[in-house]
Ligand binder design. Structure first.
Ligand code: FAD
Length: 424
């Protein structure tokens, strides 16, 4: 296992202050050892450190190296798979989840204020509809949120009003939601890591966990030392290097983003006058927004599995130009990708591989919010409060034999199937 530097993303290029935590050296003892320093691991670690636990986080590469430092930065409410859980319990989503659907937003907002994290957090979101059936889904969402006394602007738009906000007439309508938003995910993740460190958490980068010795005091073994803990939390998500069983229960799906050069103010004023994060409703989803320095960040899925920036540009530029032909000729400064863990039933997977070894993974494309909630749930679980943990843990993951080994052909097939469905 060789440690890697950050991918060539816009985020890595604009990080406030790069991290340089020392690799583990020798044997340590701690209350909780966390494996993986993405949002799941860091959020869990920060909650535990705030509650006075000794925490040690080992990261194979860099803080925020995985999906957490590469994503679209779209802060979206709701929990993937919530419908599955609500249906299982025979209740409405709001009844089961209520504030939990927004908990990640509140956690992020509080941390940004409390720890002065500079991560371009901004509220404002627009779901766009490519088809009338998407609009019908927006109406249901709007009714549900209004019934729950949603405190922010929530407005259905017709095609003309949507075009005003998107600077493009390719959509049939939209739903403005000023409770959702966008942010610089790598700066958030690093800011939270520094907050945890300020409360005594130890972080070791370039320290892949190689195995776990289970027992009353589980031990995390790395090439340069061991950590013995009362509890271990596995937070490697789609980049998991351990525990084959966990890798096989979700599909690793890649998503890719391009970033244009900074655009002129008058262009930005036409493309996105309210500075909203925008997302369509297709399975092969497209999402885009302006960065703080006025680049268009344009993302979408692909069945490609590599990381060649030229291939990513060739795939994404034509898609971007279909929406924004006026960007023909705009320079593309960055192109990168990352891997999302997608469980078959979409329900985030929280559970244990031993009495005191927990895991938490599989948020599909909705991880910015959900990982922060997950951090709170995992910290509660370690402290002995299992109510929310059990709600997820009681849903059995759907296991597809060979899901990890055969991931490329299976994901390519699934992408093809859903692309066809998107056309209907
Ligand atoms: C391109 C892209 C766009 C996305 N856009 C959005 C979006 O706009 N909004 C949204 O809500 N979600 C989005 N997502 C999803 C979201 O980013 C993820 O759900 C979330 O970041 C997962 O966080 P995590 O901490 O669980 O995993 P990760 O961030 O992937 O972190 C896992 C970490 O564990 C480490 N690790 C793994 N194994 C070991 C080991 N054995 N030892 C030590 N370390 C280990 C890895 O190096 C990695 O750093 C997107 C994802 C991608 C890839």
């Amino acid at each position: 296992m060789h440690s890697q530097a950050h991918t060539g993303s816009y985020y890595a290029a604009t990080v406030n202050a790069p991290t340089d935590y020392p690799p583990l050296d020798g044997d340590q003892r701690t209350d909780v050892c966390i494996i993986g320093a993405g949002f799941t691991g860091i959020s869990t670690g920060l909650f535990l450190a705030e509650r006075g636990y000794q925490v040690c986080i080992v990261e194979a590469n860099k803080v925020g190296w995985g999906a957490s430092g590469r994503n679209g930065g779209q802060l979206i409410h709701g929990i993937p798979g919530e419908k599955v859980i609500a249906r299982k319990l025979g209740k409405d989503i709001e009844e089961v989840f209520g504030e939990l659907r927004w908990a990640g937003h509140a956690i992020i907002r509080e941390r940004v204020e409390k720890y002065s994290i500079d991560c371009d957090l901004k509220f404002g979101y627009l779901d766009v509809a490519s088809k009338p059936r998407h609009l019908r889904a927006f109406e249901i969402d709007q009714r549900r949120l209004q019934a729950a006394r949603f405190p922010h602007e929530l407005r259905l738009l017709n095609a003309a009003d949507t075009a005003e906000l998107v600077g493009s007439d390719v959509y049939v309508g939209g739903l403005v939601n000023m409770g959702n938003g966008h942010l610089h995910p790598l700066n958030l993740c690093i800011g939270e890591a520094r907050a945890a460190e300020s409360l005594g958490a130890k972080i070791h980068e370039q320290t892949p966990a190689e195995r776990i010795v289970h027992g009353p005091k589980p031990q995390v073994v790395t090439a340069s030392g061991t950590i013995t803990a009362d509890a271990v939390v596995l937070a490697g998500n789609a980049y998991h290097l351990l525990e084959n069983k966990l890798r096989g229960s979700m599909f690793p799906v890649n998503s890719y983003i391009i970033a244009t050069e900074p655009l002129a103010d008058d262009v930005v004023a036409r493309l996105n006058p309210r500075d909203l994060a925008i997302c369509d409703q297709n399975f092969a989803v497209q999402y885009f927004r302006m960065s703080a320095d006025k680049r268009l960040l344009f993302g979408g899925r692909a069945s490609y599995f590599g990381h060649d920036p030229d291939v990513i540009k060739r795939s994404h530029v034509p898609k971007m130009l279909k929406i924004y032909p006026q960007l023909q000729g705009a320079r593309i400064d960055y192109a990168w990708g990352g891997t999302i863990g997608v469980p078959v039933n979409r329900v985030p997977q929280l559970g244990r591989t031993g009495d005191n070894v927990y895991y938490c993974q599989g948020y599909s494309g909705h991880g910015v919010n959900t990982t922060h909630l997950a951090g709170r749930i995992m910290a509660d679980a370690v402290a002995g409060t299992l109510e929310h943990f059990d709600m997820f843990a009681n849903v059995r993951p759907v296991i597809v034999p060979g899901a990890y080994r055969l991931r490329r052909p299976l994901v390519s097939l699934a992408m093809l199937y859903y692309r066809l469905r998107d056309r209907l």
